[in-house]
Design a protein around this ligand. Structure first.
Ligand SMILES: Cc1cc2nc3c(=O)[nH]c(=O)nc-3n(C[C@H](O)[C@H](O)[C@H](O)COP(=O)(O)OP(=O)(O)OC[C@H]3O[C@@H](n4cnc5c(N)ncnc54)[C@H](O)[C@@H]3O)c2cc1C
Length: 341
């Protein structure tokens, strides 16, 4: 490894890490991620028993990426000086900014280490947990041009629950049952919710193509090793109120690369402390009064137009966007939550 300036240590292949990553992508990002895009929509909606909020944007498209295709693209574009080691890092010892570890029975010493291993989650903390199927349907579905971000017309008895539907075509869907709560459910529970939602709409499955499940922390996370600089989700890049992290991680890593080229190895803070404080208040209300969840999500979408909503979800909301959302929230619940802190 004498000429090696950087090494990426990753035990799993892109195919082994396949899942769907979604973001609100502007024109530039649409181009950047084009080879990995599975579907993109200029219209998205949230729906409950009383209302449907439909957003149409010319600036952003809600975009779903194949994680495997994106990571293959990243691996193929690695600079020739960067070594990719397909093995787990073990016996990691952080010393100052750098450290040592073994991977694939080789010992490495690094002047600078960055750690993106998944962080620890607080067991009792709020989380977004979901199970989804990618399916081919027997017949064409209605309105494949609209992504359904949250359909709350499902069982709400165990916490805030919604169905998420991305139509990749009129016969190919990703459909997920998603919960925001502190307790995980049996896998069969989410599967049943998906079946019920499809049955209620007379949508018949011709073939189940894939199942994916995930747990995304919605409370502060704990890096595996505090002695090593964390990046990505481990550094707190997951937006606590939404679980979206992809765009924040892209920005953080772009900024870090720029810093490194200037000789500065410190990791940029992925989300501003003010935004994290606001998100914690939002989540605090969800924890204490989960029955307000549907109202809070629907009112957030109603208060904003499509582009402001996309900015809000991406963590780039303007002061005016924030003012609109705050005014739309159930006041007493938020005042009590602020006083509780
Ligand atoms: C199923 C799922 C779907 C998600 N969907 C979205 C979405 O649609 N939009 C969005 O914005 N966010 C989404 N997120 C949240 C977030 O974007 C992802 O979690 C994202 O993958 C975080 O990236 P990361 O690089 O920080 O961590 P990860 O992608 O979790 O990468 C950590 C890597 O560390 C590797 N690793 C573990 N142990 C070792 C070791 N000892 N040595 C070396 N490597 C090791 C793992 O193999 C893994 O590849 C999703 C999360 C999940 C779990």
């Amino acid at each position: 490894m004498s000429n090696c300036t950087a090494a990426v240590i990753e035990p799993r292949t892109p195919a082994e890490r396949e899942c769907s990553w979604a973001l609100w992508a502007d024109h530039h990002q649409q181009k950047k991620f084009s080879t990995a895009i599975k579907g993109s929509w200029r219209q998205w909606r949230l729906i409950d028993h009383h209302n449907e909020v439909l957003h149409s944007s010319d600036l952003y498209r809600y975009t779903s990426l194949s994680a495997a295709k994106y990571m293959t693209q990243c691996e193929n574009n690695l600079d020739p000086s960067v070594v990719l080691v397909r093995a787990a890092a073990e016996d990691i010892v952080g010393t100052g900014k750098g450290g040592s570890f073994t991977a694939g029975s080789q010992h490495y010493k690094a002047a600078q280490l960055y750690d993106s291993r998944p962080p620890k989650m607080i067991d009792s903390g709020l989380k977004q947990h979901f199970l989804g199927w990618e399916v081919r349907t027997k017949y064409a579905i209605d309105k494949p041009e609209i992504a359904t971000l949250m359909d709350f017309r499902v069982d709400q008895s165990r916490g805030l629950h919604f169905i998420y539907v991305l139509p990749f075509s009129d016969r190919r869907l990703l459909i997920e049952s998603t919960m925001i709560s502190s307790r995980l459910e049996d896998k069969e529970w989410y599967r049943q919710a998906i079946k019920q939602w499809l049955q209620d709409r007379d949508i018949e499955i011709e073939e189940k193509l894939r199942e994916e499940a995930g747990i995304i922390p919605m409370q502060s996370v704990i890096p595996i090793d505090n002695d090593i600089a964390s990046i990505g989700a481990a550094s707190g890049a997951i937006r606590l109120s939404s679980g979206y992290a992809f765009t924040g991680i892209q920005t953080q890593i772009d900024q870090l690369a720029q810093r490194i080229s200037l000789g500065n190895y410190t990791v940029p803070t992925p989300i501003s402390p003010t935004l994290t404080r606001m998100d914690k208040i939002y989540n605090g209300v969800l924890m204490v009064q989960p029955e307000l969840g549907v109202t809070m999500m629907m009112r957030t979408a109603q208060a904003l137009d499509a582009d402001s909503f996309a900015r809000f979800m991406l963590g780039y909301a303007s002061a005016l966007d924030w003012a609109r959302v705050i005014l739309a929230m159930p006041k007493m619940a938020f005042i009590k939550q602020v006083l509780r802190r």
